[in-house]
Design a protein around this ligand. Structure first.
Ligand SMILES: Nc1ncnc2c1ncn2[C@@H]1O[C@H](COP(=O)(O)OP(=O)(O)OP(=O)(O)O)[C@@H](O)[C@H]1O
Ligand SMILES: [Mg+2]
Length: 443
C-alpha cells in the first residue's frame, strides 16, 4: 500500500488531529486495563463476547493515556477492519509501524492498540517479535470467535494477560441510561426509576448498543444473524446450518434450565455428539455457559447435567420466546452473568449449582479454595407461600450439607432477614444485589 493511503487511514483512527467518538466511559474496565498495562510488560489481549464493547474500551484507554499525560505521538491505534487496508499481513504491520514512526517520531516506547487484529495473517508472529524486542506496549483485540482465549494461549504462550469484556453490568446500564449511582445516597428517591430500568435490562438485555438504541429488537436480531453466520458457521466450518440454528434457539429458550446433551439431541432430533460439539462452539464464543453441579467427587460433577445460561436475556426475548411468565428464569440468568464476571476477575472463585437426590436445588454455590463461601437462590416471587417454603427447605438442606451458615435469596422486590432453624437467610431485591459489592463489579 501507498504511504499516503496508510497515513490517511491512521489519521482517521487516532486522536492526532481531532477527537474520536469514544462513547460512554466504562471506568471499571478502564481501571483494570490500566492496571494490566502499567503493572506488567506483557501483551494485553481484550477478549469477550461479540459486540460487548471491546473496541470502544480500547479507544477509551487511548484517551485515558492521553489525559494522564502520555504524549499523542506515543500512541498508535489501528483498526484492521477498515476496508481501505489491503493485503493484511505482517509486512503491512511493519509498514504501518514505520510510517507512524516517521510521521510522529515517538519520544518513548509507544502504546500500540491493534483492533480486529485477527484480520492480519500471522499477526501473532509480529506481535511476539515487537514484544520480545520491547519496541512497544501492545494491546490487541478482535472478534472473539477468531481470537479465542485458548488459542491465544498457544499463540502468545506466557506473554499475554487478558481482559475479558462483558456486555453492561447493571450499574453500567444505569449510567448508559443517565442514572449514576456512586453510593447509597444516590439511590434514595430513585428506586422506582431503577426498578423500571431493571425490568428493561432483564427484558432487552445488556448489549451497549441495545441499551442506547430505540430499535432494540432489530439490533438484537442482527446480532443473532452475525453470530450465527460470521462467528459460528464460518469460523467452525459448520454445514449443518438448520441444526445449529435450532440448537441456539433451544439454548435461548432454555435459559437457566438443566441441560443434557442426550435429551436435547432427542428432542431436536440431532445426534448427541453434534449437540455436544456445537455446544462447545457456543461456549467458545461466549453465547452460552454451562454450569456444573456441585459435588466433592469430580466424577459426579462431570457426569451430572449442566445448567445452561446465555450471554444475553434480550436475545432470548428477541427470538420470540414468551418469557413474561418466566421472568424468574431470566432474572436467574442475570444473576449468573454477574457472578460469572466476578469469577473471571477472581480466579480463586468457583461456581456451581447444587441438587440433591430429592431434586432439591440451590441455584448457585460459590466456593473458594476448599470452602463453600455462600449459597444464592433466585426466587422471583417470595410472596407465594408454597414457593417460599420450597426454596427455604432447599437452602437449609444445602447449608447443612455444605456447612455454610449464611445464604442469600434474590427476589423481585422482597427484602429482609430471617433465621430458619439457626441458619441466617437474607432476602434482597435483584436491583439492590446487582448494585451491591457482592453483585457488582462496577461501582
Ligand atoms: N462505551 C460505549 N459507549 C457507547 N456505545 C457503545 C459503547 N461500547 C459499545 N457501544 C455500542 O456497541 C457497539 C459495539 O461496540 P464495539 O464495537 O466496541 O464492540 P466489540 O466488542 O468490539 O464488537 P466486535 O466483537 O464485533 O468487534 C458499538 O458500535 C456502539 O454502538
Ligand atoms: Mg471490535
Amino acid at each position: 500500500m501507498d504511504k499516503n493511503e496508510i497515513l490517511a487511514i491512521l489519521k482517521d483512527w487516532n486522536d492526532w488531529e481531532g477527537q474520536q467518538n469514544i462513547g460512554i466511559l466504562r471506568d471499571s474496565y478502564l481501571n483494570r486495563l490500566e492496571g494490566l498495562i502499567q503493572g506488567s510488560n506483557q501483551v494485553i489481549t481484550i477478549t469477550g463476547p461479540r459486540r460487548a464493547g471491546k473496541s470502544y474500551i480500547m479507544r477509551q484507554m487511548g484517551r485515558r493515556l492521553l489525559e494522564k499525560g502520555v504524549k499523542k505521538e506515543n500512541i498508535l491505534f489501528v483498526n484492521f477492519e477498515d476496508p481501505r487496508f489491503t493485503s493484511l499481513n505482517t509486512k503491512l504491520l511493519t509498514q504501518i509501524y514505520d510510517i507512524y514512526k516517521g510521521f510522529l517520531s515517538p519520544t518513548d516506547t509507544p502504546y500500540l492498540f491493534l483492533d480486529e487484529v485477527q484480520e492480519v495473517k500471522e499477526w501473532e508472529k509480529w506481535v511476539r517479535m515487537m514484544h520480545e524486542l520491547q519496541k512497544a506496549k501492545i494491546i490487541v483485540s478482535g472478534s472473539n470467535a477468531h481470537l479465542l482465549s485458548r488459542e491465544l494461549g498457544t499463540l502468545l504462550t506466557g506473554r499475554h494477560l487478558d481482559l475479558t469484556v462483558f456486555p453492561l453490568s447493571f450499574a453500567e446500564y444505569l449510567i448508559f441510561n443517565g442514572v449514576e449511582i456512586k453510593n447509597d445516597f444516590d439511590i434514595a428517591g430513585k428506586e422506582v426509576e431503577i426498578d423500571g430500568l431493571l425490568h428493561k435490562y432483564v427484558e432487552k438485555g445488556s448489549f451497549p448498543e441495545v441499551a442506547l438504541s430505540v430499535k432494540k429488537t432489530e439490533v438484537l436480531l442482527n446480532y443473532f444473524d452475525d453470530l450465527l453466520t460470521k462467528d459460528l458457521l464460518k469460523r467452525f466450518r459448520v454445514r449443518k446450518t438448520p441444526a445449529m440454528k435450532t440448537l441456539i434457539k433451544y439454548y435461548l429458550s432454555n435459559a437457566s434450565n438443566l441441560m443434557s446433551f442426550t435429551s436435547a439431541g432427542k428432542f431436536l432430533q440431532v445426534h448427541t455428539n453434534t449437540v455436544e460439539r456445537f455446544s462447545g462452539y457456543f461456549e467458545d464464543v461466549y453465547l452460552i455457559f454451562l454450569l456444573k453441579r456441585f459435588s466433592f467427587k469430580i466424577k459426579e460433577q462431570e457426569k451430572s447435567p449442566r445448567k445452561a445460561y446465555t450471554i444475553d436475556t434480550g436475545l432470548c426475548n428477541a427470538l420470540g420466546f414468551r418469557f413474561s411468565e418466566n421472568s424468574g428464569r431470566l432474572a436467574e440468568n442475570i444473576v449468573f452473568l454477574a457472578l460469572k464476571q466476578q469469577q473471571i476477575i477472581d480466579p480463586q472463585m468457583e461456581l456451581f449449582y447444587w441438587k440433591d437426590v430429592h431434586h432439591r436445588e440451590v441455584d448457585f454455590v460459590i466456593k473458594e479454595g476448599t470452602t463453600v463461601k455462600s449459597l444464592i437462590q433466585v426466587c422471583w416471587n417470595m410472596k407465594d407461600e408454597k414457593t417460599r417454603n420450597r426454596e427455604l427447605r432447599s437452602l437449609q438442606k444445602a447449608m447443612r450439607e455444605l456447612k455454610v451458615s449464611k445464604a442469600l435469596i434474590i427476589t423481585e422486590d422482597t427484602e429482609g432477614e430471617e433465621r430458619v432453624n439457626g441458619f441466617a437467610v437474607q432476602t434482597v431485591p435483584l436491583w439492590k444485589w446487582l448494585l451491591s459489592e457482592e453483585g457488582a463489579i462496577c461501582l
